[in-house]
Design a protein around this ligand. Structure first.
Ligand code: FES
Ligand SMILES: [Fe+2]
Length: 427
């Protein structure tokens, strides 16, 4: 249970809030590279951490992320004309380059220098791993670019997408580090799904719905070790990585790709859920890529041309009560991420944590909150937060069956370190 002020601290991420200032110290996944494919293509509205921005790609292919609103009289530059190396406001023709610098004010003589004094807020926008990342913090404190394994493998090894979740980022992310719900919410899906089946993992998860969670701090965030009984002599371990401030890496099922998420606040009542699938040692198969695009596994089927899920709160996530009764799904909702969205959004746009009652399986949630609150307090005191150093990003998740008498650290060895071309430890 949180106090009202802790709830406030953890959930508010707009400019000037402590959590917002913490998040602004990291590179932020802002949009997918596929959203700005073409030079001079359509500009894209990007709202991140409650700031309204416009992303565009100029005639030379350069990326820009600038204030959404024209400095003249506030028209949204989403209506802008993207032409000749700049974005031109459709109202009176003021034009901006990718840095937000105004480069033309048609009504004023060029010699007056008027336009040179006009500059919109702008942030860097850089492509890496199929994602366009921005940095919204103090320029002097900008860290090196992220080096997550999924972002640095060859493009054929990876698929990244995103979907809109209509609730505060924290309750969404807390679902991602809560291993125990898999045995309930996702019970009838994990063993049938094409990105999970043919692995013993789902069978162990279902057979033992009472995992023992051990959570420890890592350099980048947390190691969440969930231990279930495999058989009389062995444990089934799943090790999820939580990387500050909003990433997870989920342990693989068999030789299927590792999957993961990033929950990025749009504002305090909605977030982007980036979904990542990658295999460090091989290209994705056509079958895997098709399944991901079709919204299988933790991927989501969105409406064409948008990132809004087809199953959403306006249609009650297409709940199928007969299917629920017949045991086709536990929740009645089809699809792993749709199930997560249904329960998480059902809490309301902002879960009231002053009324919750946490149990022993919520350890990872408790520790993640503590790490976030501590890091936010430290940033206020001028202390750098964890996981800025790209070296700390080079980790991965793993799953393993170990004899009950083998200590976890001994059995897992260096399986939690990202190693190019090495197959992840999996069950
Ligand atoms: S409002 Fe943009 S040019 Fe006038
Ligand atoms: Fe889930």
């Amino acid at each position: 249970m949180l106090t009202p002020s802790q709830q406030q601290l953890l959930t508010r991420t707009g400019p000037g809030t402590p959590m917002g200032e913490l998040f602004r110290r990291y590179w932020v996944p802002a949009l997918l590279a596929e959203e700005l494919r073409e030079p001079d293509g359509a500009p894209v509205r990007v709202k991140i951490l409650s700031e309204r921005l416009i992303a565009f790609r100029d005639s030379d292919g350069r990326y820009g992320l600038i204030d959404e609103f024209c400095a003249h009289r506030g028209v949204s530059l989403w209506f802008g004309r993207n032409e000749q190396s700049g974005l031109r406001c459709p109202y009176h023709g003021w034009k901006y380059d990718v840095t937000g610098q105004c480069v033309e004010v048609p009504s004023e003589p060029e010699a007056s220098g008027f336009c040179r004094k006009i500059k919109l807020k702008s942030y860097p926008l850089v492509e890496r791993g199929g994602v366009l990342w921005t940095y919204m913090g103090p320029p002097a404190l900008k860290p090196e670019l992220p080096a997550f394994e999924w972002a640095t493998v060859a493009p054929a090894h990876r698929y990244v997408s995103k979907w809109l979740e209509q609730c505060n980022h924290l309750q969404a992310m807390e679902g991602g580090i809560d291993s125990s719900h898999v045995s309930f919410l996702h019970r009838f899906d994990v063993d049938k799904d094409p990105l999970h089946r043919d692995s013993l993992g789902p069978k162990y998860s279902i057979a033992d719905p009472d995992p023992k969670l051990e959570v420890s701090e890592s350099a980048a965030g947390l190691l969440i070790k969930s231990r279930r009984n495999a058989d009389a002599g062995n444990y089934y371990w799943r090790i999820t990585q939580w990387i500050m401030p909003w990433y997870t890496l989920i342990p693989p099922y068999g030789d299927h790709p590792i999957t993961g998420n990033a929950w990025v606040p749009i504002d305090d009542e909605s977030c982007w859920v980036f979904v990542i699938g990658y295999h460090p040692a091989r290209a994705l198969t056509a079958h895997e890529a098709t399944a991901m695009r079709a919204g299988q596994g933790i991927f989501v089927e969105n409406f064409d041309g948008s990132y809004r899920p087809r199953a959403n709160r306006d249609n009650d996530y297409l709940i199928d009560r007969a299917g629920q009764k017949a045991g086709r799904t536990f929740s009645g909702v089809l699809g792993i991420s749709a199930q997560d969205a249904a329960v998480q959004e059902s809490m309301g746009p902002m879960q009231d944590r002053t009324k919750e009652n946490l149990a022993s399986t919520d350890n990872a949630i408790i520790m993640a909150r503590q790490r976030l609150m501590k890091a936010a307090a430290n940033v206020q005191k001028g202390v750098a937060p964890p996981a800025l150093d790209p070296e700390t990003h080079k980790v991965r998740s793993a799953a393993v069956v170990l004899p009950k008498n083998v200590p976890f650290e001994k059995g897992i060895k260096d399986a939690l370190t990202a190693r190019p071309d090495v197959i992840p430890m999996n069950v």
